[in-house]
Ligand binder design. Structure first.
Ligand code: BES
Ligand code: MN
Ligand code: ZN
Length: 491
């Protein structure tokens, strides 16, 4: 269930809440709220500094119970680092630490004083939004296929001490959090349940329940008529029929839309170039781009953004059955360009190229595609930054700024023509893979051949879309980045 956020000024000493959250700095410097608690509890917090139990270091926290003179039965003390206005990234981390501590407690409501802390260059709306999004992020639990423990108490409401000017931040956080949660759930769902058909059904139920939203789902026969030979080639090795899901939000009359295109490979076995080198079990996340654009769409609709938005999701499964496409096949894309398939595991760019061609019929003012596209991007940037590629400096800047503002950050890689040479082929207009060098960029180069004359950017989220490891979970990225980008565009 979504957390309800509220704003108002709460007295930390007398507030009736199940858990208070306050910050402290290093060297025993207390935030105003922590100081009030310290005074009301006869110096308990400063005593903990003296005894060394508390150091105020970043990423640290301490849970205190039943403080004398304090109404709330629990107080979480969050370490903020060196005294003074925080860097945005430090505030963000403190909020994530607080959210995580809170999510582990048996409390239904809580009251946070973290948004009272000064953050360099940020207003209270930003602080409230960051705090609320962090709390929602940490409260997320995947439950679709696990037995729920009904006795478990969850956070239902969070009261945030802040002035009423922060109200837009609160509203935005609720919308973006709900989009992020759907994105994470879709990506976390196993591929036997979350297949192309399922993605189309989820889009349908969202469209049915929201005014201003329309949906069209193109079937295999529709795609055949359009000549989507690249998308269809990927789909032909799977028993699951492909879907091209097109969601539209009309928030600004006849204005040209923004377009988001998300890779929706619901499972990437690699095709005949089967993934034999490990990691195949993580490939349910290969629809992370689709999840990200769908989550952003939900956030945009819930914020009722004054712009038009179209989301296009090519949804397929990449499997190796007897009908599968082969390495060395030459296929014809919707654009008419022919492609030599040198590796069936480079399928993302094949489904995206036809989706990108299709998207141009909406005459978008900008197209951003989002895809778990290359292992090479993970090698280059790790799990911290999304790879951003664009030939349009202004669009690239907009997206980098949105990433910085939400700390859902991207980092730009060059799309110079120098790299295009790698895609040369003797049997088609070009090949679907280059050499081992600069794999994230050559994938971007491939897509650039289908977006000529478009204001287009590509986000490679292979590293950022989920946490790896046994308990890896979808991160919900880049829902925050894209929601912020659209929010800024909507003025
Ligand atoms: N879905 C993968 C990319 C991927 C790899 C995402 C690891 C997340 C983690 C993509 O379809 C793929 O297989 N890419 C190949 C491209 C190669 C064959 C040129 C890759 O990155 O190895
Ligand atoms: Mn692949
Ligand atoms: Zn893939």
């Amino acid at each position: 269930m979504a957390i309800q956020f509220s704003l108002g000024y709460n007295d930390p000493v007398t507030t009736d809440t199940q858990c208070l959250i306050v910050g402290v700095f290093e060297q025993g410097t207390l935030s105003p709220a922590a100081k009030q608690i310290d005074q009301a509890s006869s110096g308990l917090i400063s005593g903990l500094f003296e005894s060394g139990d508390l150091d105020g270091k970043p990423d640290s926290h301490l849970l205190l119970h039943s403080l004398q003179g304090i109404q709330a039965p629990r107080v979480i003390v969050i370490g903020l680092g060196k005294p003074g206005p925080l860097k945005p990234v430090a505030f963000h981390r403190a909020c994530l630490t607080a959210g995580k501590a809170l999510a582990g407690l048996p409390v239904r409501n809580a009251s946070s004083h973290l948004a009272e802390i000064d953050v360099q260059g940020k207003d209270s709306a930003w602080k409230v939004r960051t705090l609320a999004l962090a709390a929602a992020h940490q409260a997320y639990r995947y439950t679709a296929t696990v037995k729920a423990d009904d006795s478990k108490v969850h956070l239902e409401s969070l009261s945030i001490s802040a002035d009423s000017e922060a109200e837009p931040g609160r509203v935005q956080a609720s919308a973006i959090a709900s989009g992020e949660a759907v994105a994470r759930e879709l990506a976390d769902l196993p591929p036997n349940l979350c297949n192309p058909q399922y993605l189309a059904e989820r889009a349908q139920s969202f469209a049915d329940s929201h005014d201003g939203v329309s949906l069209e789902v193109l079937e295999r026969t529709d795609m055949e008529k359009l000549g989507m030979g690249a998308l269809l080639a990927v789909a032909q090795g799977s028993a699951a029929p492909p879907k091209l899901i097109v969601l539209q939000w009309q928030g600004a009359g006849k204005a040209k839309p923004y377009a988001l295109v998300g890779k929706g490979v619901t499972f990437d076995a690699g095709g005949l170039n089967l993934k034999i080198h490990g990691g195949i079990e993580e490939m349910k996340y290969d629809m992370g781009g689709a999840a990200g654009v769908f989550g952003t769409f939900i956030a945009a609709v819930e914020m009722r953004l004054a712009l038009n938005l179209v989301c296009v999701v090519p949804a397929v499964e990449n499997m190796p059955d007897g009908g599968a496409y082969r390495p060395s096949d030459v296929i014809t894309s919707m654009s008419g360009k022919t492609i030599e398939v040198l590796n069936t595991d480079a399928e993302g760019r094949l489904v995206l190229c036809d989706a990108l061609t299709y998207t141009q019929r909406f005459e978008p003012q900008a197209i951003v595609d989002v895809a778990t596209l290359t292992g090479a991007c993970v090698t280059a940037l790790g799990k911290h930054a999304t790879g951003l590629m664009s030939k349009h400096d202004d669009l690239a800047e907009e997206l980098l700024d949105a990433g910085e503002a939400t700390l859902d950050r991207a980092w730009r890689l060059p799309l110079w023509d120098d790299y295009q040479k790698q895609l040369e082929s003797g049997f088609a207009d070009f090949a679907n893979v280059g050499s081992r060098e600069a794999g994230a960029i050559t994938a971007g180069c491939f897509l650039s051949r289908f977006t000529e004359n478009q204001r287009w950017a590509h986000l490679d989220i292979a590293g950022t879309a989920w946490a790896s490891g046994r308990k890896g979970q979808a991160s919900g990225r880049p829902v925050q980045l894209l929601s912020q980008w659209l929010l800024t565009r909507s003025g």
